[in-house]
Write a protein that binds this ligand. Structure first.
Ligand code: FAD
Length: 293
């Protein structure tokens, strides 16, 4: 197969996970896994370095499987985002994920783009990342050893801008979203971009929490596109837990998040804007909780 370049690319289309793992085990060269290609096709310089392409779309378990398990929902890393957005149980139980994926690119992009690609692309502006963080998503990494995937938390794979800890010839097979336990759950997701569709995020905020008797029992907060690496705002989370949710606390949390996120200036936005708007979004999220309870 030859694509936009002189070097020949070996193309693999494994029909199932065992075949995929066998290709990996017998290969002495670097393999490039590909799913929706929405990122990879745009990176022309990367193609010069690709010699072996493995199309994860061929592996039906990875490109089609959405399975309800006792503890959560397991989604193939190569399932197109539109398949996730239109799944009735995901819409119902993980509305925050659907809201975030609906804001990735446009419908055309969502018809091809995958969670695996969004994670490995590791862009600070990757829209799924803050939501994967607050949902405590677990990644199943292949190839399998003794019939088992390695399991890691999503926070363990992100190591920097455009960088992950995933080793050569390893791939993300599945993403497991544990059902959030307990009652009185609240969630919030906002993306701030230049326009509604086809806009790379200036910043985003994902919040998931539990509210009871006037207090936040637990909360997870993750901002996107503000720093080089998408992380949880642990300090701000701790400042909110088990305290009465009033205007004073909400304002303290806003200030705490502004300090904690330590944003960067880049072509899409600057430090001041990111700090202020991120804080305001948290304020908005917490006021909604207060008003609704
Ligand atoms: C016009 C346009 C608009 C966009 N808008 C947005 C947006 O608003 N928000 C946003 O977050 N992103 C956006 N993107 C980026 C892109 O669509 C997403 O990052 C998407 O999720 C990538 O998924 P993919 O399956 O297409 O990845 P691919 O292009 O197939 O792969 C991306 C990278 O991940 C690797 N990879 C893919 N799957 C796996 C796997 N399972 N295991 C190991 N490695 C893997 C590939 O080798 C490659 O390095 C946009 C892209 C375009 C072209």
């Amino acid at each position: 197969m030859s694509l936009m370049q002189e070097n020949e690319i070996k193309f693999y289309c494994p029909q199932n996970i065992n075949e995929l793992d066998q290709i990996i085990k017998t290969s002495k060269e670097k393999l490039t896994f590909v799913a929706g290609t929405t990122d990879l096709m745009a990176l022309e310089h990367e193609w010069k370095k690709i010699n072996n392409l493995v199309d994860l779309n061929c592996v039906k378990e990875l490109s089609q499987k959405i399975e309800i398990q006792s503890d959560g929902i397991l989604i193939g890393a190569a399932v197109p985002m539109s398949g996730i957005i239109n799944h009735s149980l995901i819409k119902d139980k993980f509305t925050i994920l659907v809201e975030a994926l609906q804001q990735v690119g446009s419908e055309q992009i969502q018809n091809r783009a995958t969670l695996g690609g969004n994670i490995i692309n590791a862009s600070p502006a990757g829209d799924s990342l803050p939501v994967l963080n607050v949902l405590n998503a677990q990644l199943w990494i292949g190839p399998q050893k003794n019939g088992e995937f390695e399991k890691i938390q999503v926070s363990e794979i992100m190591s920097g801008p455009d960088e992950t800890t995933l080793k050569t010839n390893k791939y993300i097979a599945y993403v497991l979203f544990p059902f959030p336990e307990g009652e009185n759950l609240f969630w919030y997701f906002r993306k701030v971009g230049q326009r509604e569709a086809l806009a790379i995020s200036k910043l985003s905020l994902a919040v998931l929490g539990w509210f009871k008797n006037g207090k936040i029992e637990n909360i997870r907060i993750s901002a996107g596109a503000v720093t080089a690496q998408v992380k949880r705002a642990i300090k701000t989370e701790s400042a909110l837990i088990n305290k009465e949710l009033n205007e004073k606390l909400i304002d303290e949390a806003r200030k705490s998040l502004e300090d904690e996120i330590a944003p960067i200036t880049d072509i899409r936005s600057n430090v001041e804007y990111r700090k202020q708007i991120c804080g305001e979004l948290l304020r908005d999220a917490l006021f909604q909780v207060k008003l609704e309870n």
